[in-house]
Design a protein around this ligand. Structure first.
Ligand code: LLP
Length: 417
């Protein structure tokens, strides 16, 4: 078999490509478990919960694995809440962040007993207060703080700077906390931050945690003593190419002593760290073509299936599954979508491949399928879960009929204002 696809058996991947066809996402439960255990072990010195960020990969089979490991869940919508609950997550271990939760979403979260409904604005707090009062139910609340801490990452994935849309501005937190404390139905259980994604230096976590503890001190001084945990967010970076991913130990050293000294439990919300490198996207070469001095490898997966290269210019390693010594060449690996921005790799050195060859696109377990679309009327790919030497289709390939659901060519009901 060709160069190893780290953690996967290439023979099994080829069998999956042949049976399930391509494009297809494949996830390894063993790799997810290994990542979880490494982080869980690193955090052993403090009462903690790893709340998996469902947005990274919401497949029910993936959620089931993480739930069985003891993870909580970080969600951003009622859709993710439904998934987390279907996978069996305990509502108490669910953290609900997001700047635009609707009243209906907040209501479902309160009814479900979500552990931390993280407030991101004062107007959202007003909605939560009304919902909980009307329902006559308790609401368990966190405040997502904007700690004003900078990170190095893609501009689209920085969230913790003062100008970001996320969280309550640092100097308003005490006032907001007092308002929460004054509401009989609301209990303030934690402070949270999420400073960004694909973070490769742990220093900002340390700085952010210190900022949160400053607030804890201020809150305690103002008589608020209901806090149970600090949530340091997600964002732990991984190695896609030549990045230096921080070790779980380095992450733990940055946050555990700070949070521990405040006498609180620790929550974190990793998504990518747990699943990115546990997933590959299998795609088959359709055609070869030479144009304008470039070699093109045209494959059956496009930006509709996997958007990170197009959207963030992200580098994802591509490994052909087929064996044999072949010369290397520099190619553009492109998809079938009608956009020049539809590529998986540009000017990439790859061993020679031809029609029928299956390629594994690595690091696609996070923000892969969940960001896929049906652009160009392409059904979304299936998701396959590998456990040891077995696999199952955890989500079927979408059908063309699925894409037509809810739509009619002839008007059915006309409305007037
Ligand atoms: N917690 C909150 C509140 C978040 O907004 C996010 C991600 C996470 C946790 C998990 O972050 P992670 O550990 O996965 O970095 N689509 C982009 C990433 C956007 C992340 C959005 N928020 C990408 O493909 O790189």
């Amino acid at each position: 078999m060709g160069a190893g696809v780290l953690g996967f058996d290439p023979g099994l991947l080829q069998a999956i490509a042949d049976r399930v066809r391509t494009p297809a996402y494949v996830y390894s439960t063993n790799l997810i478990r290994a990542q979880y255990h490494a982080l869980d072990d690193a955090l052993h010195g403090i009462r903690h919960r790893i709340c998996y960020s469902v947005k990274a990969n919401g497949n029910l089979g993936v959620l089931r694995v993480l739930k069985q490991l003891g993870a909580g869940a970080d969600i951003v919508s009622v859709g993710e809440l439904r998934r987390a609950r279907m996978a069996g997550f305990d509502p108490d271990g669910i953290v609900f962040s997001g700047v635009g939760k609707t009243a209906a979403e907040i209501e479902e979260a309160v009814r479900s007993g979500v552990g931390f409904i993280n407030i991101e604005s004062t107007s959202e707090l007003a909605t939560l207060t009304t919902v909980a009062t009307d329902l006559k139910l308790p609401a368990r609340v966190g405040i997502r703080v904007n700690p004003d801490v900078a990170i190095e990452s893609h501009p689209y994935t920085k969230t913790g700077e003062k100008t970001a849309k996320f969280g309550i501005p640092f100097d308003e937190v005490v006032t907001v906390a007092q308002r929460i404390a004054a509401e009989p139905r609301l209990v303030l259980r934690g402070l949270a931050m999420h400073i960004g994604s694909q973070i490769t230096d742990v220093t900002p976590y340390h700085r952010g945690a210190i900022r949160l503890v400053e607030l804890v001190t201020a809150l305690r001084a103002s008589g608020i003593n209901t806090l149970e945990a600090l949530d340091v967010g997600g964002g732990l970076g991984v190695r896609y190419h030549n990045e230096k991913a921080p070790s779980p130990k380095a992450f733990a050293e940055a946050v555990v002593p700070v949070v521990g000294a405040a006498g609180l439990g620790l929550l974190c919300e990793p998504g990518r760290y747990l699943v990115a490198n546990a997933g590959v996207l299998l795609t088959r070469v359709l055609y070869r073509k030479h144009a304008g001095g470039k070699e093109y490898v045209i494959v059956d997966a496009g930006m509709s299936d996997f958007v990170r290269p197009s959207h963030y210019n992200a580098h994802h390693e591509i490994i052909p599954l087929r064996d044999g010594k072949r010369p290397e060449e520099v190619v553009n690996v492109v998809g079938p979508i009608c956009e020049t921005g539809d590529f998986l790799a540009l000017d990439r050195k790859l061993v020679a491949v031809g029609p029928g060859d299956v390629l594994a696109v690595l690091g696609t377990g996070a923000y892969g399928f969940v960001m896929s679309s049906t652009y160009n009327q392409r059904p979304r790919p299936p998701e396959v879960i590998v456990d040891g030497d077995r696999y199952y289709v955890a989500r079927q390939r979408e059908t063309l009929d699925d894409l037509l659901r809810g739509e009619t060519a002839e008007p059915t009901t006309w409305y007037k204002a």
